[in-house]
Design a protein around this ligand. Structure first.
Ligand code: ADP
Ligand code: MG
Length: 245
């Protein structure tokens, strides 16, 4: 059902040695919601993403995906983790495999799909991100923006309940940023639940239901974009916005 909690973090704390990198994090992302996370470098945005699908463990608190607490390890973790796809700044495509094979690989290996069915579905996804004509190429033959769109198709191929994006356009040349943001906008319109770390404030304004502003491991603000951008309530956010806008 739209709006019911899909991702829930309750009182999450995490340390790297003495660094308290996530402090008392409470965050709920409803089904179909788009939450944009912004904040200064080092504020814990990537760590937050990585704890959501247990690429990192937490020291206290709970992470719940679709009503199920994420276990520390084991087969159940692998299954639940696959419910949340992740798209990174560096696209991490397999260089020695075709675009189509990059998208089909995990559904075959992890989900146990047949090769033909996986390839058919992958072609649909490549069409959705505008790259069907490039299915038989290798990643190095594509631009950065095209490679990132392949990475998005690859994440979608696992049929995740939610997608995390950690600065998906930060490594791209400026002229390629929009083609990736447009794919993300379309996913948002199609109802995908998304957590997006980005400095693209145009995307935040137009696609986000909420903007989460982080500083020093804390969530300082969590508000609709129209409120956040017109009247940030914290000094930290005002300072941050004055530097990037
Ligand atoms: P952001 O994505 O907002 O820039 P990060 O989540 O990457 O922030 O990092 C938050 C803080 O945690 C930074 O001070 C960073 O140096 C530190 N950090 C990140 N990953 C590790 C790690 N694996 N070990 C130790 N410190 C880390
Ligand atoms: Mg980061």
């Amino acid at each position: 059902m739209a709006g019911e909690p899909l991702i829930e973090l309750r009182d999450v704390n995490k340390y790297y040695g003495r660094l308290h990198v996530l402090q008392d994090i409470d965050l709920t992302v409803g089904r179909g919601e788009v939450v944009v996370v912004i904040g200064p470098s080092g504020s814990g945005k990537s760590t937050l993403c990585r704890t959501i699908n247990r690429l990192e463990s937490v020291d206290s608190g709970t992470v719940t995906i679709d009503g199920k607490p994420l276990p520390e390890e084991g087969r159940e973790l692998a299954r639940l983790r696959a419910d949340v796809g992740m798209v990174f700044q560096s696209f991490n495509l397999f260089a020695h495999r075709t675009v189509l094979a990059n998208v089909s690989l995990a559904p075959v290996k992890v989900r146990g799909r047949g090769r033909e069915e996986a390839d058919r579905r992958s072609r649909e996804l490549l069409e959705r991100v505008g790259l069907l004509a490039h299915a038989d190429k290798y990643p190095a033959q594509l631009s950065g923006g095209q490679q990132q769109r392949v990475a998005i198709a690859r994440a979608l191929a696992m049929e995740p309940k939610a997608l995390l994006f950690d600065e998906p356009t930060s490594a791209l040349d400026p002229e390629m940023i929009n083609e990736v943001l447009e794919v993300m906008q379309q996913l948002a319109r199609d109802g995908m639940t998304m957590v997006v770390v980005t400095h693209e404030m145009g995307f935040a304004r137009s696609a986000a239901n909420r903007v989460v502003f982080m500083a020093d491991g804390r969530i300082v603000e969590d508000r609709p974009p129209e409120d956040f951008f017109t009247a940030p309530s914290s000094e930290r956010a005002r300072d941050f916005l004055s530097k990037i806008l």
